[in-house]
Design a binder for this molecule. Structure first.
Ligand code: EPU
Length: 432
């Protein structure tokens, strides 16, 4: 168990190259089950969600080799179609292997998925899509048991453009007989990336990146080589760190169009933002002003940056409202930021913020991945020392966050929780 000790006050400055996307890589690491032959993936982030997903694949019989940020995954010989609670629970996308297993081996048994606790996160769209393609799936004592003698194409409409359901059904449909059309599909960049990856393996997918995706089923998919694009949410995290600390940060190796919503909201709050072909820079010359933010599916403001934006607006001049429309309870950051002196209250799905001049360091707990990142950002600008506990949540999706922030001038140190606790009881910890 680790903590991050953040000493606030530095203005962050410099350039940071953004690593590969966790969410794109997780979706790809479900689709690899469809291929006969090795898949070589570059730029794969070394975060715990990815390690958990690889562990799950290995338990099914996949061969996995890792060398720095390159992975070779070979799912030619899938020996098992059942996964245990321990391998499935930690991550949400473990569930997205259900369809690929049905397509490859005709049966699958998986416990219900886990992931960050930010809402009910049902899987009904996934189940509806698979059923329309001819799968029979029953929930038996907390496990989804699926069978499919042959999957066939179908017309599938989602009530909401779910990123996960779009990715899961699109991948599964590549090996279904005939044509599948997904209506009201998600248009998140991670969906487009997955379609590019599947097409590289021999799939025939058209329309990814629009709300209607057409998949023409093929007999087989083969191995391929693919580079995972940058993590737009990590890029956003660093841009928000610039805004939080009145700093000046350039993220490189990114697609500027993925940051449009964030950049425009930061400009509205008074920050300066600039962009080039593969970089975005945010410079915050002084205190920002309060604004309204509403999360929406892509290209709207991403739910994954809502908690970090709330931390930034916590010290803006005037009041702000951050409305979360995707998840019911992505709110774990609010009581913790209030411990640091923020003035935030919840009204329905909105966080109403009265900006304070400065946050104060405190011991705070991450409740989920992005809440943890929000607390680290708050600590960067707070007076004194902030200790963020439950760092394992941050490690799910950020590789060496403390290293990246330190290179930009932050004072962030990772410590064993026990080592930090000892400093509290050390003789000179509370001088009289
Ligand atoms: N939904 C349903 N039924 C379904 C599927 C989704 O009602 O069958 C609802 C969800 O409950 C939610 C909404 O649809 O209210 C959107 O969920 P979506 O399926 O789009 O989310 P996801 O695929 O489970 C991915 C990311 C999340 C990110 C969302 C939204 C991964 C591994 N996770 O989740 O990322 O917040 O899309 O963009 O790709 C994160 O990285 O911190 C994270 C949580």
């Amino acid at each position: 168990m680790h903590v991050l000790k953040v000493t606030g006050g530095s203005r962050l400055r410099g350039e940071v190259e953004v690593p590969g996307s966790k969410n794109a890589a997780l979706a790809i690491l479900s689709a690899v089950l469809l291929a006969e032959g090795p898949v070589v993936l570059h730029n794969v982030p070394d975060v715990s969600d990815i390690r958990d997903k690889l562990n799950l694949l290995q338990k099914l019989g996949a061969k996995v080799e890792r060398s720095e940020d390159t992975l070779v995954v070979d799912c030619t010989e899938i020996v098992y179609h059942e996964a245990d609670e321990e391998s499935v629970r930690p991550i949400r996308t473990s569930f997205y292997i259900l369809g690929p297993l049905l397509a490859r081996v005709g049966k699958a048994k998986l416990p219900a998925p886990g992931g960050c606790k930010i809402g009910a996160r049902p899987v009904d769209y996934h189940l509806k899509g698979l059923a329309l393609m001819g799968a029979q799936i029953d929930l038996v004592r907390g496990c989804y048991e699926g069978r499919a003698t042959e999957l066939h194409g179908a017309e599938i409409y989602f009530d909401f453009p779910s990123a996960g359901a779009t990715q899961h059904i699109m991948a599964t449909a590549t090996l279904a007989r005939g044509v599948t059309v997904i209506q009201n599909a998600a248009i998140e960049p991670e969906v487009t990336t997955l379609a590019e990856f599947l097409n590289r393996m021999g799939a025939r997918i058209e329309g990814a990146g629009t709300s209607v995706i057409t998949i023409i089923g093929v007999e087989k998919l083969h191995g391929c080589e693919f580079r995972v694009p940058e993590d737009r949410l990590q890029a956003g995290t660093f841009l928000l760190a610039a805004a939080m600390t009145k700093g000046d940060i350039t993220v490189t190796g990114v697609m500027p169009e993925h940051q449009t919503a964030l950049v425009n909201k930061l400009r509205e709050a008074g920050a300066e933002a600039f962009e080039g072909p593969d970089w975005v820079r945010v410079h915050s010359p002084g205190r920002l002003k309060g604004i309204r933010v509403k999360t929406m599916p892509y290209p709207g403001f991403p739910t994954d940056l809502q908690q970090l934006m709330a931390a930034v607006l916590g010290t803006a001049d005037g009041s702000s409202v951050v409305e979360e429309t995707i998840y019911e309870s992505r709110i774990g950051h609010v009581p913790e930021l209030n411990r640091m002196g923020a003035k935030m209250r919840l009204e329905g799905r909105s966080t109403v913020i009265d900006g304070v001049a400065r946050l104060k360091g405190a011991v705070v707990e991450a409740s989920d991945l992005r809440a943890g990142a929000a607390l680290v950002l708050a600590g960067l600008a707070a007076e004194g020392e902030t200790v963020v506990r439950n760092v394992h949540f941050i490690d799910r999706g950020y590789e060496d966050l403390e290293g990246c922030l330190s290179r930009l001038g932050a004072d962030v140190v990772r410590m064993e929780a026990t080592e930090w606790e000892r400093t509290l009881t050390a003789p000179d910890a509370n001088p009289i």
